[in-house]
Ligand binder design. Structure first.
Ligand code: FAD
Length: 474
């Protein structure tokens, strides 16, 4: 008999409980990943993320092979076909147990229940482990047993439980036990399914240089951040021109590194003090990450294209395709917003402060439905993650849990003056404005713009229009 690890967004061999458990069985271990092109299309998973996922999978396959584990890459159009595809493979290798890490999205939950059911019918055991969240969503509840809707209250309870139940990450598995040298020949691995018809990995070649894959790279980034930046993070994290954040999000999104490994590194830097005031700010980000998975788990409506706050379903979003296209291209005439969007298009990543600025500009100043921006980010981000992206968009659009109050609309010019005071970030991404002075660059006058576009909207008027659109909801 054999053990089968079903890899999904956990592409690593360290801190991987399913691998550790499978190895303990003494049976040969196989890995499997199921590519689901049509499902990913429905979920708007774009080329940057799929390419990063594919490259990471190739790195994982080599690593697993060096430990005597073969990884098969199978294809099933949508999640609905995953159970039959998995079962065919499981039966062929004589599988006694399938192990995987739990996922929280609505469709993922349906898929996993169907796999459990199919396994039960086939007489195959299943084992589900936890790694996405540092604290399991069902264990963080109010005194009344209901889920929190406010981050600060969630965070207090979350931190108490994290500290209380802390366990250090498991080391990487070694080459031991029964080694599998080759997959049965009919199961040749196929990564072509990561790419849509007409797509070519060469289209995102630049991203491969910016985002090298693998566990070693993720650990290197973590160590570098912890030794060079974590102490100054609280003060530096809002300035997009500074290298103040970890840039670990792509690696966390596909699990080349686990949140537990990040928290363990943080705890060592904090010398074991969960409440270290200076370092707390970064742990807070890991808490936000858990919080948005938590929201997705407890409130599945957010996975079904619905706002968290029901009454905001009635917001009269504008149908303005030309404005939307200008925002997507980074051509709104608002320098910081355009710099942010161009950073996204060129690198597959955007600084957190700018994600908020760009999202608020789209949903408030342009009054365009947050779901359009959410989908565009999913298509373009190398770190695309449904929970964080949906949470970030709903926060910015004032439709989500613990969202920005609708009357607090970021002014992109003040944000620019405050967080890019010398215009260094704007100069990098909007070079046509590079010659302007530090004062002019945040909002040039018509005669200073040259070829650069005029603003799409008047900021004062559009802010008021957004406030009225929300105020009229009963
Ligand atoms: P750091 O500042 O070093 O933070 C460490 C880690 O904590 C991040 O890698 C990330 O995993 C997590 N994290 C940090 N901030 C948040 C947050 N606000 N919410 C949830 N997790 C957080 N993050 C994604 O990973 N994928 C997305 O698709 C995504 N879309 C977003 C869309 C909008 C509109 C907004 C406002 C935020 C979005 N975020 C998303 C959250 C955040 O912007 C990124 O996680 C962060 O910029 C990644 O950079 P970093 O790795 O340097 O983060």
């Amino acid at each position: 008999m054999a053990q089968l690890i079903w890899f999904r967004s956990d592409l690593r061999i360290a801190d991987h409980l399913p691998l550790t458990l499978a190895r303990q069985s003494g049976e040969p271990v196989y890995g499997v990943f199921v590519v689901t092109p049509a499902q990913w299309q429905q979920h708007n998973v774009g080329l940057p993320k799929r390419d990063f996922w594919a490259r990471s999978l190739i790195a994982l396959r080599a690593k697993l092979a060096s430990k005597g584990i073969q990884l098969a890459v199978l294809s099933a159009d949508t999640f609905a076909q995953v159970p039959s595809v998995l079962m065919a493979f499981a039966k062929d290798i004589g599988c006694s147990r399938i192990l995987w890490h739990r996922e929280y999205g609505w469709d993922e939950r349906q898929r996993d229940s169907a796999v459990c059911e199919a396994s039960r019918r086939a007489g195959i055991a299943t084992e589900v482990c936890e790694d996405r969240c540092l604290v399991m969503p069902e264990s963080v509840l109010t005194g009344g047993g209901t889920p929190y809707k406010v981050f600060s209250a969630f965070k207090r309870n979350w931190l108490a439980q994290l500290a209380d139940q802390w366990r250090t990450p498991a080391p990487a598995i070694r080459k031991s036990g029964e080694v599998v040298e080759q997959l049965p020949s009919q199961w040749q691995s196929e990564i072509a399914g990561f790419y849509r018809d007409g797509e070519d990995p060469k289209q995102v070649q630049a991203l491969a240089t910016l985002w090298p894959v693998g566990e070693a790279e993720a650990s290197r980034r973590l160590q570098h951040f912890l030794s060079e930046h974590v102490r100054a993070y609280g003060e530096a994290r809002d300035f997009p021109a500074r290298p103040g954040t970890s840039q670990l999000s792509p690696y966390l999104s596909i699990g080349s590194i686990s949140a537990r490994q990040c928290a363990a590194g943080w705890l060592a830097a904090a010398e074991g003090d969960w409440h270290d005031p200076q370092l707390q700010v970064w742990l807070n980000e890991l808490a936000w990450r858990d919080f948005y998975h938590y929201v997705m788990w407890h409130f599945p409506k957010v996975s079904r294209n619905q706002p968290f706050v029901d009454k905001t379903r009635a917001v009269a979003w504008r149908h303005a395709p030309d404005d939307f296209d200008a925002w997507c291209r980074g051509d709104t005439g608002i320098p910081l917003v355009d710099a942010a969007m161009r950073q996204l298009l060129a690198t597959g990543w955007m600084h957190n402060r700018l994600r908020m600025v760009a999202a608020m500009f789209l949903t408030k100043n342009l009054l365009i439905d947050w779901r359009k921006g959410e989908a565009f980010f999913m298509e373009r981000l190398v770190d695309a993650d449904f929970a964080a992206n949906n949470g970030g968009w709903q926060w910015s659009a004032s439709t989500g849990t613990d969202a920005a109050p609708y009357f607090r609309v970021f002014n992109p010019v003040s944000q620019s003056q405050r967080f890019d005071p010398e215009g260094a970030f704007i100069r990098q991404w909007v070079p046509e404005l590079a010659h302007l002075t530090n004062k002019q660059i945040h909002m040039p006058t018509a005669d200073q713009r040259g070829d650069y576009s005029a603003p799409l909207v008047d900021l004062k008027f559009s802010r008021q229009r957004a406030i009225e659109a929300f105020a009229s909801l009963s």
